[in-house]
Each structure stands twice: as structure tokens, then as C-alpha cells.
Design a protein around this ligand. Structure first.
Ligand code: ATP
Length: 269
């Protein structure tokens, strides 16, 4: 399945992308024949059951895994060149903050590694902490913050070097629903303010529909894209939009795609 686009706008372009892991129990096809173009400023969610290759796709974009077939470019470059150019920020499932560093020092760490001067570091830390509504918590340690605040700090860390592309692997999966709702609407505002391109992995249909301009439905064994759903929901999305018929219609289509992927498994396993 592929989506046509103007060449210059493509941030991520996968063509017949495949990735097979050799294991003791035989080959695991984590990605098979993935064709997907993600344009500048899109918010694309990846949804599918465990093992369908969502994380592997993000890790391949980030040059943490190597494709075994097909091609993948980031801003027209190889993943390796994109990594060297710091083309993306990566937010992991768990906040992964260093407990011995303050929140400000955690956010500054990649900037330190990149050799930014201390004034530049301070300016960027202040700006990104403000963006995720954490101003005032600079000198706290991770354990002094709630789970949601820690996850916001890790988003700030990914934003700090101001890459245009943000890769987010189930960042809110471990949070309770109220906090998750709040962070979902915060993330949408942040996306609107920064105009970044976001690739977002989730297991939640409402989360995918609420956040995305496009939803990529994936299925396992082999990991592949089975549907790409365009959202025509307005950019302004209050949380109660999730009860509207338009929202529920998109959610139903995602659910249908997931079900179709599941029956494929039953037929072929
Ligand atoms: N390094 C590895 N070596 C061998 N197999 C791997 C490796 N990494 C991932 N896999 C396998 O590749 C498949 C895709 O894994 P991946 O983590 O991308 O799935 P996922 O959709 O992100 O799952 P989840 O929702 O559980 O995070 C799985 O079958 C997984 O076991």
C-alpha cells in the first residue's frame, strides 16, 4: 500500500521495506514490504497487535536496525546520515531518565554530548521545559515527579535539539487514563505549535484517532501494513470530540483493519 506525495515534502519514505531477524527458532519477518511516505508536518500513528513491527519500524528510521530489503530515507538521506545530522528525537515507552541527574540536567544530556555550550544548553532546556509545561521543575529529580511529568520530561529531552521529526514509541502506554488524556491534548497543542512531523506508536484506537492525521494499521507474522487511514477530523480537537460520529467512524475503520489482520493470522498460522 502506498501514498503518493510531492517528492520534496517526504520526511520518511519507505519503499518495499523489509526486515528479517534471524533467530535460533528460524527467521522472524518483523517488516515485510512496507511502502509508506510520511510528509512534513504529519502526525502518523502506528497501531497493531504485539509483534507487528511497530517498534522495529521506528528503530529502523532511527538507524538502530538495518533493513534487509527495500529502501528507507529520512529527509532524502540514509538513516545513518539522518542520525548523524540529528534529524529526529526519540521518546521511549518508559521515561528512561537518569535518577542522579536533575530534570534540567537530564534534558541537557544529549546537548552536552553534542557539545553545545552551557548558555545554549540552558536556553534550550528552558524553552523545551516550557513547551511541555514543566517550567519550575528544573532542579527536581525524576523520582520527585509523577509518571506523567517524567514522560513530559523525556519528551522535552527529545525536543531539546529541535529536530523536525519526533519518533514516539508508546510514550503514554504506562500512564493512567486521565493523565494520558491530558498528555494527548498537550501533545496535539505542542505539535500544532512546533509543526513537527510525528511518528507515534500506540495500542490504543482512541489515542490513534484522536492524535493523528493518518493511521497506519499493521499486522504481525509477517509484520506489514494492512491499511492506511486518512483522518478528516478538524485540527482543533477537544477531548469530547471522541464521542462524535465522525470520530467513532474512523475508530470503527481502524478496528475493522485490526480485525482483518487478525483473521489473516488465523487463516495462515
Ligand atoms: N532483535 C531482535 N531479534 C529477533 N527478533 C526480534 C528482534 N526485535 C524484534 N524482534 C521480533 O520482531 C517482531 C516485531 O517486533 P516489534 O517489537 O517491532 O513489534 P511491536 O509491534 O512493536 O510489538 P509491541 O507492541 O509488543 O511493542 C516480533 O516478533 C519480535 O519478537
Amino acid at each position: 500500500m502506498s501514498v503518493q506525495t510531492t517528492p520534496g515534502d517526504a520526511v520518511v519514505a519507505a519503499n518495499n521495506l523489509g526486515l528479517t531477524f534471524p533467530t535460533n527458532d528460524g527467521d522472524v519477518v518483523a517488516l515485510s514490504d512496507v511502502n509508506l511516505t510520511i510528509n512534513k508536518g504529519e502526525f502518523v500513528s502506528f497501531i497493531g497487535p504485539s509483534g507487528c513491527g511497530k517498534t522495529t519500524f521506528l528503530r529502523t528510521i532511527a538507524d538502530l536496525e538495518q533493513p534487509t530489503s527495500g529502501t528507507l530515507t529520512i529527509n532524502g538521506q540514509s538513516p545513518e546520515a539522518a542520525r548523524r545530522a540529528r534529524a529526529y528525537g526519540y521518546v521511549f515507552q518508559a521515561p528512561a531518565l537518569y535518577p542522579w541527574r536533575t530534570i534540567a540536567k537530564n534534558i541537557a544530556l544529549p546537548l552536552e554530548i553534542m557539545g553545545h555550550g552551557s548558555a545554549e544548553q540552558a536556553e534550550r532546556v528552558a524553552r523545551t521545559m516550557d513547551l511541555v509545561n514543566l517550567a519550575g521543575f528544573e532542579q527536581k529529580y525524576p523520582w520527585q515527579l509523577s509518571g506523567g511529568m517524567q514522560q513530559r520530561a523525556s519528551i522535552a529531552r527529545a525536543l531539546a535539539f529541535d529536530a523536525d521529526l519526533l519518533l514516539m514509541d508508546e510514550p503514554f502506554g504506562a500512564l493512567d487514563e486521565i493523565v494520558r488524556d491530558h498528555l494527548n491534548s498537550e501533545l496535539l497543542k505542542l505539535w500544532a505549535r512546533t509543526q513537527k512531523t510525528i511518528c507515534f506508536v500506540t495500542h490504543s484506537i482512541p489515542e490513534a484517532v484522536y492524535l493523528s492525521t493518518r493511521i497506519v494499521v499493521m499486522s504481525p507474522r509477517p509484520g506489514r501494513v494492512i491499511d492506511i487511514i486518512e483522518s478528516d477530523l478538524p485540527a482543533e480537537r477537544p477531548l469530547d470530540m471522541r464521542e462524535t460520529p465522525e470520530f467513532l467512524a474512523i475508530a470503527a475503520r481502524v478496528r475493522e483493519g485490526l480485525r482483518a489482520g487478525h483473521s489473516y493470522d488465523e487463516d495462515h498460522v
